[in-house]
Design a protein around this ligand. Structure first.
Ligand code: GLA
Length: 383
């Protein structure tokens, strides 16, 4: 991949590039809790966006995406969102850099990667993370990893129109091999937690479904959570987010809310609690305990938060009744992408074969399995 990337760079640009990469992520538990000031438990994985990059002598910005065989050109004083979509993740970063420092020279950047797009493994945050990590290195702008994570999130808000939380860029930049990261999305304090469960594997199963309306539904969920907070604040004035509320308090204002808003809030309050529970079970090596929580998360995401789809529900049900499966749930923003499964070593191949067959029969589509390998966060790649 790196050899090809560099060849593409030479084909389009002059001079020697530097190469950087940033990983995608899985999330063990804590879904849609990041933008509610709650906890998440992501881990960076060994699938990456790679960038080859260097400065230019002028003020131009030239992008080339190997995946799409497409170019985009602009300069520092004409950065704006484009309908082409893929350049936006880099332009959104560049726009913020320009606001902080408008004396930078131009740059050439060539992008490639092996994170399946639309699989819920956070390829867009990996692209943003690779871009800011690389720009920070070549221009020596001195941003901390946390500042960079916040810039990637901001880019997604401003240039992709998705009001995402901090989880994905955080995982891509702070990832550590063999570890998940328990992140408190309010204080931004974090702790590394070993992800291995002796005798078990983490298996992703890709539904191969990508819903077109996923980002508008995502933003709608966020609005519904904010609506709940406004109602709760009238009764409990110290409440800043759903993180500050328990189910008893929620029930006291239930009659003032639409049922949908109530159910969304209930899910979030329960899920924030489940992350801490899951960390205890992980530390105790209790696969059954972690797995039970994963099934609860799935049920909440499907019935109360309503971000699942029939294909994901099907994959979880197939896993639920399969021997050796401790837990299964949809992962990420929802409406498609992967399920995450905690499966006994000796049953991994059998589960994958079984699910592939039944999924093909039910939907006429292929489901792919990947074993999760964890990784370090964004880094320079020597070549
Ligand atoms: C997407 C967003 C994240 C997070 C997840 C759901 O991946 O980018 O911020 O909200 O969905 O947990």
């Amino acid at each position: 991949m790196i050899k090809q990337l560099i060849e593409k760079y030479y084909l389009h640009f002059e001079g020697q590039p530097y190469v950087f990469r940033a990983p995608g992520r899985v999330n063990i538990i804590g879904e849609h809790t990041d933008y509610n000031d709650g906890f998440v438990l992501p881990a960076a994985i060994d699938k990456y966006i790679y960038v080859a990059i260097n400065k230019r002598a002028d003020r131009k910005i030239h992008l080339f995406a190997a995946d799409y065989n497409a170019s985009y050109e602009t300069d520092w004083s004409h950065i704006e969102p484009t309908t082409l979509h893929w350049p936006n993740y880099i332009l959104g970063i560049a726009a913020q850099l320009y606001r902080k420092n408008n004396h930078l020279s131009g740059f050439n950047i060539c992008i490639d990667g092996n994170i399946p797009i639309g699989a819920g493994l956070s390829s867009s945050a990996a692209l943003g993370s690779a871009a800011i990590f690389a720009l920070n290195a070549i221009f020596e702008t001195g941003f901390s990893l946390m500042e960079m994570a916040l810039m990637v999130q901001q880019a997604e808000h401003e240039y992709a129109g998705v009001k995402c939380g901090i989880m994905d860029p955080f995982a891509s930049l702070f990832g550590k091999k063999d570890q998940a990261i328990k992140l408190d999305c309010r204080s931004l304090q974090y702790a590394y937690i070993p992800i291995a469960m002796p005798g078990y594997q983490w298996l992703l199963i890709n539904s191969n479904v990508k819903h077109k309306l996923a980002s508008s539904a995502y933003n709608e969920r966020r609005r519904q959570c904010e609506e709940a907070v406004i109602i709760l604040q009238k009764r409990f004035n110290q409440v800043k987010s759903l993180r500050d509320v328990n189910l008893h308090q929620l029930d006291q204002v239930a009659h003032e809310m639409e049922t949908t808003v109530y159910l969304r809030s209930k899910y979030i309050i329960e899920e924030i609690h489940r992350v801490s529970e899951a960390c205890v079970q992980l530390a105790a090596g209790n696969a059954a305990g972690v797995g039970a929580l994963m099934f609860e998360t799935h049920s909440g995401l499907s019935k109360d938060y309503e971000v699942s789809c029939i294909e994901l529900d099907f994959l979880v049900d197939e896993a639920r009744y399969f021997p050796g499966v401790a837990g299964s749930r949809m992962m990420g923003g929802g409406f498609g992408g992967c399920t995450l499964n905690l499966v006994k070593d000796e049953q991994v191949a059998a589960l994958e074969a079984h699910v592939k067959g039944s999924y093909q029969a039910a939907f006429g589509k292929e489901a792919y399995g990947y074993l999760v390998e964890t990784s370090d966060g964004a880094a320079a790649v020597p070549f």
